[in-house]
Design a protein around this ligand. Sequence first.
Ligand code: PEP
Ligand code: MG
Length: 603
Amino acid sequence: MITLQGIGSSSGIAVGQALSVGRHELHVPRYRIRAEEIPRELRRFWAARRQAREEIQTLRDNAARKLGSKYAGIFDAHLLILEDRKLGRETVQRVRHRRHNVEWSLAATVNSLLTTLDAVEDPYLRERGGDIVDVHERLQRILAGATNRHAGRLDLTEDTVILAHSLSPSDAIWLNQPRIVGIATEKGGPTSHTAILAAALGIPAVLGVDRLLETAVEGEAVVVDSQAGAVLLQAGETAQEEFRALGVDLRRRATRAVLRGPLHTTDGVEVQVAANLEFPEEMAALERVGAQGVGLFRTEFLWLARGGSAPDEDEHLEAYRRLLSIDLQAPVVIRTLDLGGEKLPSGDARREEEPNPVMGLRAVRYCMAHPGIFRAQLRAVFRAAAETNRVWIMVPMISGLEEWRAVRRFVERVRDELAREGVIVPQVPLGCMIEVPSAALVADRLAREADFLSIGSNDLIQYALAVDRGNSRVAYLHDPWHPAVLRLIRMAVDAGRAAGIPVTFCGEMSSDPLGALTLLGLGVTRFSCTPSQIATVRETVAAASARRWAELVEEASSLPTGREIHDRLDAEASRLLPWRPGGARAAAGPPEVPGSGPVPVPS
Ligand code: PEP
Ligand code: MG
């Protein structure tokens, strides 16, 4: 058996057949052709277009059947691009007149289309860039003769583990089907969007696995053990069975219908555990896991599901209505678009525009720079709030008070506008996310002018420690227990408390039992977690004393390093939660089998 080490994300263990999909870097060959080769070159282009059309049509039909017409719309857009007259005409002209090979001619045409799009005012048209890039990649892959036996197949018949170099959020469409039981990628960190998505879909995932694609054999059994952060290849039948049984056990634990309703620590502190959602469809499963509302609805997935283009007001509204159609007797927090950074379809032209997009025009900055897009979303949120009085709004990536005030004014203007149109909008709490260190440092100021705060540790850690959350090479530095991170969280929690407003915590840290206990010790009582972790977090909280954890965290915080703090708290958590992965599970797990040189992760 070969063991490849990566970063476990999401929880669980899965066994399935290896299926490699996804994107590799595009290598576009460039060479001149002789005049007599022109017809052959053009035939290659037409054949590639035909094949691409068939693939996209299959994808569209399958997506419509399995995921609904909304997702299928992405592929209609792809078909339109594929048939675009300009794309075809210019590529052919380049082949004919410049006598460049078809791959190069196509790439040059696509580049010129993207540049023209960039200058277009209409945001909708501008955003078609992501779709063009997708279609281009498909054509190049076909021209390169790379087989696409699997991409686009939504009709898997065997349990399947998806292997990829990387998966972008827009690849969500691939993952949302029952036969995909595990994911392993070469790139991606613990709080990257692939990780979040996998967790949302309840699929075990291991990311940042070096040499994955060159080592795994297509069609062979792969074990994805996200508890151990390992991908196991060439496991024998017995080992496969053992891992399968462990996976079933973990799933049972995660979905057991225990501990619904009000939740208290052993010393009587009331705690709420809401859900982080990416798709309105996930709402249906929340009641079963005991979620108390939605603490974070990531609306950018509406956008990404359309291949990176802006939904209009009615599309937003329809999604929010679906989200609110199930009443969990608790607020539903809709977060305004958080686009940019890694939340762009891979290959999107905007990645090129900004050398450092994570620090660039992301999230609220993007919204304020595109008032039409922001306004459409806010109008839809207010209209949804007018229909059910359970909506809260929160704004990502606020970095200071001036920005917050400008956002508040903008939101108020949209609200007034609707009021003038006769829509009676209830008071909708407006919350500020604390995910930029500067916001944590001035949280006392922000808390006085916000209706609630919500701490996002994924970005807070990224920005505080200068660790790209999606980069597996630096994932070893991504440390929720780093004393600097704990101090920032404490500042935000204390600020919210002092101002008498709710403080919620929606970063991934709260989906991990030890993370949740640490946060409890820092005074957090409103968690928002990945749905598949809610039952576990509830069980964890119900077994803990808030006072005891406050003392423990206080005492551990005097230790100088994240590792020491973590280990101190972990020792206590293992006593409290013997079932915790890494505790009892490791002892009862499958026998150690010699690996063939795990790739070392710096530690
Ligand atoms: C966070 O940064 O912690 C967060 C919840 O937001 P996202 O993961 O969507 O960036
Ligand atoms: Mg964030």
